[in-house]
Design a protein around this ligand. Structure first.
Ligand code: GTP
Ligand code: IMP
Ligand code: MG
Length: 339
């Protein structure tokens, strides 16, 4: 029985999509449950030469033996979900998906309020996906829940009950967080944050699993940092510098150019502490150092190893997964050696 939670270590887009796909393909959990805010997320998955951009479907969908679930805390936009069912029909996502009856529903009004709000769209730089207004209506207790939506009838379940039952019977549950630590409504760079806490404790609550059941918390960090939207970014570099290093990036949901910066050790320490991280997955190491597609730790340069050791020493958390490219094979998995 293992219950794992995966969280973003910084401002999102750390490469969670790739890490989740690798971990689920490798460890084969019985349930993969999506936690986090809602369809403001954009996870990139590359599998068998094909690329997918996901907003609600758990990124672990490639492990076809797993049940896929969306926890009660997550906001659901049925249109986004149904279009992902279409795009992922090859993997029978539709047939494996359950949605908690208590998920709150995003409607057109939430999206137009998000896009037309001077404060959200311009000042904060929201994704325009309706999440902020929907969470606000949820707090006001005026929002519809999944159980009230006839089109969702076939997918309704008690996700908390399913997850706890599987754990009690000795199965494995993988909880996918979205966004990132520094976007947390509580611990992030308020007010330039998302509309909810985005740390591991909240992700467990989103799915309805209590803290005593959680075994592992994976914090995902990119070897540099990116941020979309407004707000403080202490280690930010200029766009010219990012370009000269080949570190340009564009958002999956909004297509906006991401701001780029250097790895921030102080942020990493705080993020590991508040998330209670037990392991670190470090991505895009190949984009910072010359190690594309390396699959053995022994082939990493001394400079790369020193960078990894420094992160371990400062955070006190072992770096167990090192990602050197988008493909699942481009992964150094040290879990057997280190744990
Ligand atoms: P999350 O929002 O954290 O899920 O991140 P993401 O999956 O949305 O990341 P992003 O949209 O920034 O995608 C980054 C791209 O880099 C995707 O095409 C990934 O497949 C790819 N990628 C992921 N890990 C690595 C890596 O270690 N090296 C390289 N070169 N590319 C990677
Ligand atoms: P909202 O969550 O759409 O309200 O956006 C609030 C802030 O969080 C903006 O700066 C967004 O760019 C950022 N944000 C929300 N979700 C993500 C994500 O999954 N990745 C990166 N940034 C995000
Ligand atoms: Mg993303």
């Amino acid at each position: 029985m293992t219950c794992s939670i995966l969280v973003g270590g910084a401002w999102g887009d750390e490469g969670k999509g790739k890490c989740i796909t690798y971990l689920c393909d490798n460890d084969k959990p019985d349930i993969i449950a999506r936690a986090g805010v809602g369809p403001n997320a954009g996870h990139s998955v590359e599998f068998n030469g094909e690329k997918y951009g996901l907003r609600l479907t758990p990124s672990g969908f490639v492990h076809t033996g797993a049940k896929l679930m969306i926890g009660a805390g997550v906001l659901v936009n049925p249109d986004v979900l149904f279009s992902e069912f279409e795009n992922l029909s090859k993997y029978d996502v539709k047939g494996r998906m359950s949605i908690d009856s208590r998920c709150a529903i995003i409607n057109e009004d939430h999206m137009s309020r998000d896009k037309s709000s001077e404060h959200l769209a311009k000042k904060i730089g929201s994704t325009g996906s309706g999440c902020g207004p929907a969470n606000s209506d949820r707090v006001m207790r005026t929002i519809d829940l999944a159980k009230d939506i006839p089109e969702l009838e076939d997918y309704i379940a008690d996700v908390s009950l399913e997850c706890n039952k599987t754990l009690d019977e000795g199965g494995d549950v993988f909880i996918e967080g979205s966004q990132g630590f520094a976007l947390s409504l509580y611990y992030g760079t308020y007010p330039y944050v998302t509309s909810k806490d985005t740390t591991a404790s909240t992700f467990a609550a989103d799915v309805g699993v209590g803290p005593t059941k959680v075994d592992e918390v994976y914090a995902v960090f990119k070897s540099y940092i990116s941020r979309v939207g407004e707000g403080p970014f202490p280690t930010e570099m200029t766009q010219e510098e990012a370009e000269s290093k080949g570190l340009e990036e564009y958002g999956v949901v909004t297509g906006r150019r991401r701001r780029i910066g250097y790895f921030d050790m102080e942020l990493a320490k705080e993020s590991c502490r508040i998330n209670g991280a037990t392991q670190i997955a470090l991505t895009c190491v190949d984009r910072l150092f010359d190690c594309a597609r390396v699959q053995n730790y022994s082939e990493l340069s001394q400079e790369t190893r020193d960078f990894i050791s420094q992160i371990e020493q400062e955070t006190g958390v072992p770096v167990t997964i090192i990602s050197t490219g988008p493909d699942l094979k481009d992964t150094i998995d040290l879990r057997k050696e280190l744990l």
